[in-house]
Design a protein around this ligand. Structure first.
Ligand code: RB5
Length: 152
């Protein structure tokens, strides 16, 4: 049997309710979820949780990551500070498709204030089903990674 896809997941308080739905949806699809918190809707600072997911993804402990905050933007910014991370805002299926196929995204960042449950499920379906196209996009992604290396 093929190994389960592993996804590292976290949110802040604004994304907590949707994060719980994301975890349940992924589990129902047979994905193994590493829920890195938080465990309640109490107020937290999103960089801490973004870094937890980014560290797992950069360290290849998960195949990819999902972050949920109010807009998806703050967590995405924080995650992209970790070398090797390509976190992208995916609040619709077109963004999710190209985030994977062209950008080889490894973290999907979602805004709970922008996405309802039905859209979240479609975005995740698209993310999981879309491979990186490679080809001409490979050199561009390598150029992005080279920026990381030049500045660290
Ligand atoms: C929290 O109020 C909010 O700032 C956060 O969830 C996120 O939207 C930041 O980008």
């Amino acid at each position: 049997m093929a190994e389960k896809i592993q996804i590292a997941l976290a949110s802040d308080h604004a994304g907590f309710a949707l994060k719980e739905k994301v975890r349940n949806y992924l589990t129902s699809k047979g994905v193994e979820v590493h829920d890195l918190g938080p465990n309640s809707p109490a107020s937290v600072d999103y960089p801490e949780y973004a870094e937890k997911v980014a560290t797992e993804v950069a360290g290849h402990q998960a195949d990819s990551g999902i972050l949920v905050c109010g807009t998806g933007l703050g967590m995405m910014l924080a995650a992209n500070k970790v070398p090797g991370i390509r976190a992208l805002p995916c609040n619709d299926t077109l963004s999710a498709h190209f985030a994977r196929s062209h950008n080889n995204g490894n973290i999907l960042s979602m805004g709970a204030r922008l996405v309802d449950e039905a859209t979240m499920e479609k975005v995740i379906d698209t993310w999981l089903a879309t491979p990186f196209e490679g080809g001409r996009h490979e050199q561009r992604v390598k150029q992005i990674d080279a920026i990381d290396q030049r500045h660290h």
